[in-house]
Design a protein around this ligand. Structure first.
Ligand code: GLC
Length: 448
């Protein structure tokens, strides 16, 4: 069972090369040595395409270009080449469910979108909670938007849309992009008859034939690029996505409390149900959720390290969101600086990554840099830091055999599992605990 470590970049907040307060691709490329030192296998960047930023890049205005705030296509080529020299793959974020309303298609190809006369059903926008059907005066018809009104949904029943995306995939695969995270994979296609009910807006079985088609495109390349779905579904529905996606993100795991009784059953069920020769994937943070240092760590760095231990010793893939490696907590964003239209706003998990204690590398950043006490430079100088702990775990995980997971008997509050020849034990409590004669400090994890 192969696997690796993916490092998720939120490009506006990762590293700023030109002092304009917005992270960019040359900034990211300048940090490749750091990412290589950390030991990651893949970087996945949130969207890098031109966008009016109604949803910070998740409203795409051109799928075959780079947002001028982030750089140029040449900069992306340089990133891919630099990463490749360090044996790191670059995956991009494909946003196929919707475009920006500023995408030329919305004016030139209205037939690419989902339309209705009047409000045809009870579908609601995830962001506004109101009807997902917006009146477009040009046609006196309404278009579907599962997210903001500036993000009209594409009509995946239209062959032309399917053809466009085949071209987009090839455009980036030809440039060396080694994979895609697929935004809103679970909501890609909507019921053709527009029937009432959330289950008709999302999680439609017809999405799978589209993923299968993308795999055909991917198979034209060697090595075959990876397709990872943002599969925002409950665990009992997750494994179906493995039929045609290489990886399906496990949101029940991410959203659980950091409690043994919550997480262990999720891991056990995932391992039981995942199809043979498919690989699980674990994460605790991303750009849409409160960071794991805050939500799981609750300010206690030992708890955060326990979470890193778990992510990095379970079988398969792990995703670290930028800052997880230094136990970065959610930023504090005053109301006047909130940029996100979702409620609650997701700005706190998107604040810039502090590289130094002074934060001088971020001049007037687009979101405030509120706390630099946990920063890369200090932690790199301190062998006892969470950054070094993360790096050691990434190194050690290479010794864990690929053959699955088995829960082992353990005392209360201790999670013990077999990974091939090795055993992982994690104390999930605030108190010392025992495992087979060994004492575990609170929240301590050991590979035996
Ligand atoms: C996904 C993205 C999120 C975005 C939404 C709409 O859930 O992760 O950031 O707002 O899709 O594209």
């Amino acid at each position: 069972m192969p696997g690796g470590v993916i490092y998720q970049i939120y490009p506006r907040s990762f590293a700023d090369s030109n002092g304009d307060g917005v992270g960019d691709l040359p900034g990211l490329t300048s940090k490749l040595d750091y990412l290589q030192w950390l030991g990651v296998d893949v970087i996945w960047s949130s969207p890098t395409f031109p966008s009016p930023n109604a949803d910070w890049g998740y409203d795409v205005a051109d799928y075959c270009a780079v947002h001028p705030d982030l750089g140029t296509v040449d900069d992306l080529d340089a990133l891919i080449a630099g990463a490749r020299r360090r044996s790191i793959e670059v995956w991009l974020d494909l946003v196929p469910n919707h475009t920006s309303d500023q995408h030329p298609w919305f004016a030139e190809h209205p037939e690419y979108y989902v339309w209705a006369k009047g409000i045809p059903n009870d579908w609601r926008s995830v962001f506004t909670g109101k009807t997902a059907w917006r009146l477009d005066k040009r046609f006196d018809r309404r278009y579907l938007h599962q997210f903001t009104p500036e993000q009209p949904d594409l009509d995946w029943w239209a062959d032309a849309v399917r053809d466009e995306f085949d071209r987009i995939l090839r455009f980036w695969f030809d440039r060396g992009v080694a994979g895609f995270r697929i935004d809103v994979a679970h909501g890609l296609i909507n019921d053709k008859l527009l029937r009432d009910g959330r289950e008709y807006m999302r999680e439609r079985p017809e999405a799978h034939e589209i993923f299968a088609r993308w795999q055909e495109v991917a198979r034209e390349y060697d090595p075959k690029p990876t397709l990872m779905g943002e599969t925002y579904v409950s665990l009992d529905k997750l494994t179906a996505y493995y039929e045609h996606l290489d990886l399906a993100q496990n949101f029940d795991f991410c959203r659980a409390e950091f409690e043994l009784d919550e997480l262990r059953p999720i891991v056990e069920q995932t391992m039981r149900e995942i199809p043979e020769n498919r690989v699980p994937i674990w994460f605790g943070s991303n750009h849409d959720h409160s960071r794991m240092a805050t939500r799981w760590g609750k300010g206690d760095e030992r708890r955060h390290r326990a979470a890193l231990f778990l992510l990095l010793t379970l079988p398969g893939w792990a995703i670290l969101y930028q800052g997880d490696e230094i136990a970065l907590a959610d930023g504090k964003v005053p109301k006047s600086r909130v940029t996100d239209s979702a409620r609650p706003p997701r700005d706190p998990e998107r604040t810039p990554l502090p590289w130094t204690p002074s934060g001088e590398e971020w001049r007037d950043p687009w979101l405030p840099l509120t706390n630099t006490s946990r920063n890369v430079a200090d932690q790199r100088d301190d062998p006892g830091s969470t950054l070094h702990y993360t790096r050691q775990l990434i190194e050690q995980r290479r010794q864990l055999a690929d053959d699955g997971y088995e829960t082992l008997p353990s005392s209360d509050g201790v999670w013990a599992y077999r990974r091939g020849e090795r055993t992982c034990v994690l104390n999930m409590t605030d108190a010392s605990a025992k495992h087979e004669g060994r004492t575990l400090e609170p929240w301590q994890g050991l590979i035996l």
